[in-house]
Ligand binder design. Structure first.
Ligand code: SF4
Ligand code: SF4
Length: 247
């Protein structure tokens, strides 16, 4: 304030001058608040300033703008962040939240979580926001439970666009963003849930018996195998007891 607006406008980009405070959370080594000039890239914030991901895990995406923002995938880590570039990427600046995710995050589950949050936050005045977010959540639940169909993706995109266009306030206008951006950047992951009934991150519990079976390249049912082994142990013990004529 002391140096005036002209000085402040020299920082950042032409379209979005000044600085921005981001609140880093999720799978990041150093979380908390970071103030950077507009135009700084997500890669610089996450890796250069905040030290990268916890346990040096592999980066998958970063959600900007809070629960109704969108995700930025690895291929866009070098895009300078400002209001316009985030809009082009399908997300928003919003409150400045930046949630970092590693490869153990399921994007279908993530979209489900955020649309559920927005559905609860909807005041109910607009039909599209009130009913639309509920219907989107139901479709995402279907997909995460292995009952999804390929057409559901087109339906989610269509509903998302209609909700954005026809909602009265910022909540409805941005609520579909997490769903739309995850479908835009992680469509293969949605298709894996729908066509192969497979959740690669071992998050959607209806799609596997155990995380180890889900991760096994040979799809070995490890819990069943262990159960059979324990049965064999009992059987062997019984045989021993028979031999000793105790039974
Ligand atoms: S868009 Fe805003 S006003 Fe309309 S129902 Fe949603 S929260 Fe309420
Ligand atoms: S093939 Fe055997 S060792 Fe390999 S992941 Fe599957 S259960 Fe484990």
């Amino acid at each position: 304030i002391r140096k005036g607006s002209e000085w402040f406008k020299k920082i950042g980009t032409e379209a979005s001058p000044g600085t921005k405070v981001f609140a880093l959370a999720g799978k990041i080594k150093k979380n908390g608040l970071v103030e950077v000039p507009m135009g700084t890239t997500p890669g610089e914030i996450i890796f250069d300033i905040c030290g990268g991901l916890e346990n040096d895990a592999e980066f998958k995406a970063a959600q900007t703008g809070g629960p109704s923002g969108g995700c930025i995938p690895v291929e866009h880590l070098n895009v300078p962040i400002d209001y316009d570039s985030l809009k082009e990427l399908g997300t928003i600046m919003g409150s400045g939240g930046l949630i970092v995710m590693d490869t153990q995050t399921c994007m279908v589950d993530l979209a489900k979580y955020f649309i559920d949050f927005c559905k609860d936050e909807s005041c109910g005045q607009c039909t599209s926001c009130r009913i639309g977010t509920t219907r989107m959540l139901e479709i995402l639940e279907k997909i995460s439970e292995g009952r999804g169909e390929k057409e559901d993706l087109d339906l989610l995109v269509e509903m998302g666009e209609v909700i954005k266009d026809s909602s009265f306030c910022g909540l409805g206008q941005s609520a579909p963003n997490p769903v739309l951006s995850t479908i835009r950047y992680f469509k293969d992951e949605y298709l894996d849930h729908i066509e192969n009934k497979h959740c690669d991150s071992s998050v959607c519990a209806s799609l596997f018996t155990s995380p180890c079976q889900n991760a096994c390249p040979a799809n070995v049912d490890v819990p069943l195998y262990i159960e059979m082994l324990s049965d064999m142990v009992i059987t062997n013990e019984l045989i021993k007891l028979f031999k000793l004529k105790i039974l």
